[in-house]
Design a protein around this ligand. Structure first.
Ligand SMILES: [Zn+2]
Length: 482
């Protein structure tokens, strides 16, 4: 039976100078009489809307793969609204804060309410109860979503200050990407090296695959950073992962191994690059990062099956991204998502590892098209669905000229709607391949469509229905009796 201890928590919160987010807000909580969950996983797919999930499902089917998404096989699903306090289309900071604290806040705010007062997070409440906490993200570990669980700052871009909050925290396990500003290069008042501060506060910092996979129980507080951080201190896109990298599911498995025990745990796992892929309108990268995210979910579900009486697994998204549409005017009712298999690398790796060098040499369009054939399967002389029409070759020529100019487009400029602020040629390529597959995009930003939340295990029934992202924190808090 879940019990309440509101007054003592309230006092604790006041003593800590924090505003306490009520855990008894939603009426459905009052009827929950199930077990308390001792082991709780919260999976946040950044940018993971219903279209992203459905695209991954259809991709598997169209590619002839037997696999079914683990998150789609969960017994309970609900619809979650995502708006921020001050804007309908949310961002990861406001959405992360809502899910971490149960409090609606403004765009850009991390762990503070709309009046910039600190609010206690699920992770902090769990730590006070002696529960182990793990925070994992495929993007930098100080990025908005993970930061919302351990930091309190008026702006998500105060990475240095967030890094120091991480260093001073009592969180047991951090895993995934690195730090964006440990030395305070972008800070007005640098606080010293955050990585050193973390070590002083008892963290072991590991950044090799061997070191991470070799971590054993009793290692103490850990910061495990993937050895390769190709962009923005994030892990590579899953489709670019190599044998020296640690996958999101491996980080999740390691957290489970290290934190499993009598005290119980709360583990938050963010699939952060689904969002980045969708900002860049790169469906192949988005789908493959969604599959990697689902692999991590599968680790949690396996654990839940071994601990069926007291484990809860919740999977949600913080918002949709890109306005991904599963249908395109040029292909009418046809879809062929397996065409994504023609793309060998994410847009980012194609640009960084291949196209940038060619562009620097001011190579000819014809040579660039050779790269396109190898890495996207699009060709002027190939047979079949990926043969480019003359007007498509013209579109690519135009984009190529724009890439040669090297300017970054801004909203309001003529070609912004074509390429966003990305490399025009790369963007044209992902758009072209996505359109041939029967996928469309409306924006390089987030959208306001509600997301799907799925749940498995103890207390999962509370996640059916239509509710707000703040309710996710309230429901978890209730089921954990925090
Ligand atoms: Zn985003």
């Amino acid at each position: 039976m879940a019990r309440f201890c509101l007054s003592s928590h309230f006092l604790t919160a006041l003593c800590a100078g924090l505003i306490f987010a009520s855990s008894v807000g939603a009426s459905s909580l009052a009827v929950y009489g199930g077990n308390q969950a001792k082991y709780v996983f919260l999976f946040v797919g950044d940018g993971l809307g219903m279209p992203q999930r459905a695209a991954a499902t259809e991709y598997l089917k169209d590619s002839g793969l037997e696999r079914r998404l683990v998150m789609e096989s969960m017994p309970v699903h609900g619809v979650t609204t995502t708006q921020a306090a001050d804007r309908f289309i949310t961002g990861s900071a406001a959405a992360g804060t809502a899910m971490a604290t149960g409090v609606k806040t403004n765009i850009g705010c991390i762990g503070v309410d709309a009046n910039l007062r600190s609010v206690t997070t699920l992770a902090e409440k769990a730590k006070r109860e002696g529960i182990k906490v793990g925070i994992i993200s495929s993007v930098s570990i100080d990025h908005a979503t993970p930061a919302a669980f351990y930091a309190h700052q008026p702006s998500r871009s105060m990475y240095h200050e967030i890094d120091h909050e991480l260093a001073e925290s009592e969180i047991d396990f951090f895993g995934g990407g690195g730090f964006k500003d440990p030395e305070g290069i972008k800070s007005k008042a640098p606080l010293g090296d955050a990585v050193e501060a973390a070590k002083t506060n008892g963290f072991t910092v590991v950044d090799s695959r061997r070191g991470i996979m070799g971590l054993k129980k009793g290692s103490g507080k850990v910061i495990a950073v993937n050895p390769r951080l190709p962009d923005g201190k994030a892990m590579p896109y899953d489709m670019d992962r190599d044998t020296n990298d640690v996958s999101l599911s491996e980080f999740t498995g390691k957290a489970v191994e290290l934190l499993d025990g009598e005290q119980g745990f709360f583990i938050m796992v963010e699939g952060g690059k689904i969002d980045w892929a969708c900002h860049a309108n790169d469906a192949a990268a988005a789908i493959k990062d969604t599959l990697a995210f689902d692999d991590a979910v599968s680790v949690a579900v396996d654990f839940a099956k071994e601990h069926p009486d007291d484990t809860l697994v919740v999977v949600t998204g913080d918002h949709e991204c890109g306005g991904l549409a599963l249908g395109f005017s040029g292909t009418k009712y046809a879809t062929s998502y397996s065409l994504m298999n023609n793309q060998t690398k994410s847009h980012q790796a194609f640009l960084d590892d291949i196209f940038a060098t060619y562009l620097k040499k001011k190579g000819r369009f014809k040579g660039a098209m050779k790269l396109v054939e190898t890495h996207f399967g699009l060709s002027t002389d190939a047979e079949g669905s990926l043969k480019l029409k003359p007007y498509e070759v013209d579109e690519l020529k135009r984009a190529y000229k724009s890439s040669l100019k090297g300017e970054t487009l801004k909203p309001g400029m003529a070609d912004y709607m074509l390429y966003g602020s990305y490399d025009p040629f790369t963007m044209q390529l992902t758009h072209m391949l996505n359109r041939k597959a029967g996928l469309g995009w409306t924006t390089y930003s987030h959208t306001g469509v509600p997301v799907l939340t799925s749940a498995f295990g103890t207390g999962a029934t509370l996640f059916s229905g239509y509710y707000d992202n703040t309710d996710i924190a309230k429901k978890i808090s209730h089921i954990m009796n925090l």
